[in-house]
Design a protein around this ligand. Structure first.
Ligand code: FES
Length: 101
C-alpha cells in the first residue's frame, strides 16, 4: 500500500526507473537502497507477519531484523540489502499478502 511518506529524500536528483509494488507503479532512484526508496515513496507496510498478520516495515536497515522482507521477481529478499533496478516486480511475501498463515 502506498501512503504519504514521512521520509524526505536528501538527494532527490538522479535517474529514476519504474518498478511495481503490489501492482502499483513507482518511480525510484536507480541504484538506490530499495528499502529506503520504498519508504520515501510512501510504501508501508512491506509485509505482514504469518501468524497474526501484524504489519512490518524496515527497522534496522542493515540486514538483521528481516522486517523489510519483500518478494522481488518471485524471490523473497531483504529490501534493505537490495538496490533498485528497472522493472522490478515487488510484492508482499505470499504468507502475509492476505493475512493468511
Ligand atoms: S530492515 Fe532489518 S533486515 Fe532489512
Amino acid at each position: 500500500m502506498k501512503t504519504a511518506s514521512t521520509f524526505r529524500e536528501l538527494e532527490p536528483e538522479g535517474a529514476r526507473v519504474r518498478v511495481r509494488f503490489s501492482g502499483q507503479d513507482l518511480m525510484l532512484r536507480e541504484g538506490g537502497n530499495l528499502a529506503a526508496e520504498l519508504l520515501a515513496a510512501g510504501v508501508t507496510p512491506f509485509r505482514r507477519t504469518p501468524v497474526s498478520g501484524a504489519p512490518r516495515a524496515p527497522f534496522c536497515m542493515m540486514g538483521a531484523c528481516f522486517d523489510c522482507l519483500v518478494e522481488i521477481d518471485g524471490v523473497t529478499r531483504q529490501a534493505c540489502m537490495c538496490e533498485v533496478g528497472a522493472g522490478m516486480e515487488i510484492a508482499m511475501p505470499a504468507a502475509g499478502r492476505d493475512g493468511d498463515a
